[in-house]
Design a protein around this ligand. Structure first.
Ligand code: SF4
Length: 704
């Protein structure tokens, strides 16, 4: 059949959490496919960013894993699937027998689908442990924690559509949607601005978002360029200003919230002038921003990893919730607190229970009634104590943890203090990795399973505004690869005999929705091409575009206000490390770069990592623009090209996490937020060394 005779397949972009619809046009051969726009796709109306347009480039990459491999005497050798499965089963049974179920850790993946993550967490729990987690831990665990405990659901309160139509003020803190969620920025935020919305951006780094709305020179735009790690004092200035000026919504506070007194007590002796100095932002600018937000008809907050990836991440987001609640900006179109999720299925991976403390639908593992309702469907007992998070799993290698099962994740690149993670993986008794490429983590595997890519299989993913959408696959490129779902079913069946007998993603979804209340009313037919925003409790429900119209899903039904105080980053500059290092992502790359570094088009613009340095720091150190420097922290050092720019504040340096050859996470701090267990990626003490002979090279070919 020629390419003209084949129909394109409608699916979802595999990169960020916006969830843009795209089409894949199959060619004559399985690996011969190309991208096509999906003109009336529900989220993006056919528009895509550079990553979406290049999505098919890596599907048939020459680096694809094409056969199972088993490590013997330190070397991989090709194996049959049967050998690989046998080894996995015997190693996992051996660990269970000798050390118990909690000696294994399981990593789900936000790059894979709801059905696959559902099966992975079911596999972990059938094995007898709640040690299962996913990369939400690294990006928005603190956001999910704060939203769940104070409002009810760990997700965006609103949808991109209602924000575009109704929001008068967009408060964007610690997020850079123009780079990290480009279609959300161009389709929705920019449209809101064209209709008159004001933008207040709070970020230590001037970036594409700062320059993307063409209103920078007007009074409808403010960039509050704060010092990294001073979000709480900045928001406390905003909160105190709102309270002092009585810009609160008294009725909303009285009827729908609890905790206002605690907030007032916290702010009673709070010194706004001193706090503004600490933030490095003029007090009057912050007060002006407070007025714009609080006096708007509808104001919305977008929150990103600049807020969540701190040891005070939960409190950072709680303070955003405080602001929304005291001004009554929740429960209506155009309002709310809205985390922009990074990976295409990071929302869904948590929704379906790939977390150590919750089952599908965020039902707590230590809630007897909830756990028993899932046990009734699964037919086995689920452990009733929360398990370890992913950072705790790697941290416990050599002690509690003897084995790991990693699906589509790359913890050596994604976890902080990366050199230490690599040392720990060396000590592991057994590691199984299923992935599409030989990743930095896969190098340490004992069994390596070649999986199919996003373009070759079907399932569902859940985007940043809770929209569950179907992905559809074309023919497999490599005959001897398998879908993640097939692999998990086979491993589960060989280990346990039953409970993993599924032939299709739809069959898995039918079980998933039985145990996930917010997905209960969905089916593949009902999802159609538009998808459905959860919650969708009963068949026929169309889902909710915005949450909490009538009440919050907390125990009291009230929104929880709680005053919080400044907690500086755990590492602050000193004589040895006088700079603050912060990190963030680029538009052209994606997380650990496993896919984007292999895409010629994406790798072209930034084939290597770099570091932004303020001109005054550059002068002090004697750094020329483009010169290679060595950036050091207490955990390691990497070489980077220096970009001298006023985009960053003096005393702060900024780099990206995408490149294996100069991995930023060698430098970052693995200290955790106590409640959400998210690492403090966004602030580490650092030093720069000059006079370095360049040795860093990019990781992937750059020809298009
Ligand atoms: Fe893909 Fe996100 Fe770009 Fe949309 S905005 S095309 S989902 S990377």
């Amino acid at each position: 059949m020629s390419s003209e005779e084949q129909d394109p397949v409608k699916t979802i972009c595999p990169y960020c959490g916006v969830g843009c619809g795209i089409q894949v046009m199959p060619g004559e051969d399985p690996g011969d496919m190309r991208f096509m726009p999906w003109g009336d796709a529900p989220v993006n109306d056919g528009r895509v960013c550079i990553k979406g347009g290049a999505a098919t480039q890596v599907v048939n990459h020459e680096d694809r894993l094409t056969a199972p491999q088993i490590k013997e005497d330190g070397e991989f050798r090709e194996a049959t699937w049967d050998e690989a499965y046998e080894r996995i089963v015997s190693e996992m049974e051996g660990i269970h027998e000798e050390f118990g179920a909690d000696a294994m850790g399981f990593f789900g993946s936000s790059k894979t689908m709801n059905e696959e993550n559902y099966l992975l967490q079911k596999l972990a729990r059938r094995y007898g442990t709640n040690n299962v987690d996913n990369c939400t831990r690294m990006c928005h665990a603190s956001t999910v924690y704060a939203l769940r405990t104070s409002l009810g659901a760990g997700a965006m309160t609103n949808s991109m559509e209602d924000l575009e139509e109704e929001a008068d003020v967009l408060w964007i803190q610690g997020a850079n949607p123009a780079e990290q969620h480009p279609i959300a920025n161009s389709n929705y935020f920019r449209q809101a601005v064209l209709e008159g919305a004001t933008v207040i951006q709070v970020d230590p780094h001037a970036n594409k978002t700062t320059r993307s709305f063409d209103i920078e020179e007007t009074d409808r735009h403010q960039h509050l360029q704060l010092e990294p790690g001073t979000d709480i004092p900045l928001l406390n200035i905003v909160l105190k200003t709102v309270l002092e000026n009585d810009w609160v919504d008294e009725e909303f506070i009285a009827e729908r919230t609890e905790g206002i007194e605690h907030l007032k007590e916290t702010l009673e002796d709070f010194d706004k002038e001193a706090a503004a100095e600490e933030c490095g932002v003029p007090l009057e600018d912050i007060e002006l921003a407070a007025e714009k937000y609080a006096t708007a008809d509808n104001a919305t907050i977008f929150t990103g990893m600049g807020m969540s990836q701190h040891t005070c991440g939960v409190d950072n987001v709680q303070n955003e919730i405080n602001l929304a609640l005291i001004t009554g900006n929740v429960g209506r179109p155009g309002t709310g607190v809205n985390p922009l999720r990074g990976q295409n299925n990071v929302q869904g991976t948590s929704d379906v229970g790939a977390m150590p403390n919750v089952l599908p639908g965020y039902q707590l593992v230590d809630d007897d009634e909830a756990r028993e309702s899932v046990e009734d469907v699964w037919g086995f007992e689920i452990p009733d104590e929360p398990g370890l998070t992913n950072v705790e799993i790697t941290g416990a290698i050599g002690e509690q943890i003897q084995g790991m099962y990693v699906m589509g994740e790359n913890p050596i690149m994604s976890e902080p203090n990366a050199n230490h993670v690599a040392d720990l993986l060396e000590e592991l008794n057994f590691l199984v990795v299923q992935d599409i490429f030989m990743t930095e983590t896969a190098e340490y595997a004992d069994v390596l399973l070649p999986a199919t890519t996003w373009a070759e299989r079907g399932g569902t993913v859940t985007n940043t505004d809770r929209r569950v959408q179907r992905m559809r696959g074309v023919e497999k490129v490599h005959e001897n690869t398998k879908h993640d779902l097939e692999i998990l079913c086979e491993v589960g069946t060989r280990l346990f005999g039953e409970g993993f007998d599924f032939d299709t993603p739809e069959e898995v979804f039918e079980e998933l929705r039985q145990v996930t209340p917010s997905y209960h009313g969905m089916s593949y037919d009902a999802l159609g091409e538009e998808g459905i925003h959860w919650p969708c409790y009963e068949p026929g429900d169309q889902g909710d575009q915005y949450l909490y119209a009538d009440g919050f899903e907390t125990e009291s039904g009230l929104g929880h206000i709680e005053g919080v105080s400044h907690q500086p980053p755990k590492e602050v500059p000193d004589d040895d490390y006088p700079l603050i290092l912060t990190t963030a992502r680029l538009e052209e790359h994606y997380n650990t770069g496993t896919m984007s570094r292999r895409s010629p088009r994406l790798n072209k613009q930034y084939p290597e990592n770099f570091v932004d340095v303020h001109p005054n720091d550059a002068e002090r150190y004697g750094i020329e623009d483009g010169e290679t420097v060595r950036v050091k922290s207490r955990r390691g050092e990497i070489e980077l090209e220096a970009h001298v720019t006023e985009d960053i504040k003096e005393g702060v340096i900024w780099t990206t996490p995408h490149f294996a050859a100069a991995a930023a996470n060698v430098l970052t701090n693995d200290v955790l937020d106590e409640r959400a267990k998210i690492p403090e990626y966004k602030a580490a003490a650092a030093e720069i060394e000059v006079g370095v002979e360049p040795s860093t090279t990019g990781d992937a070919p750059a020809d298009d």
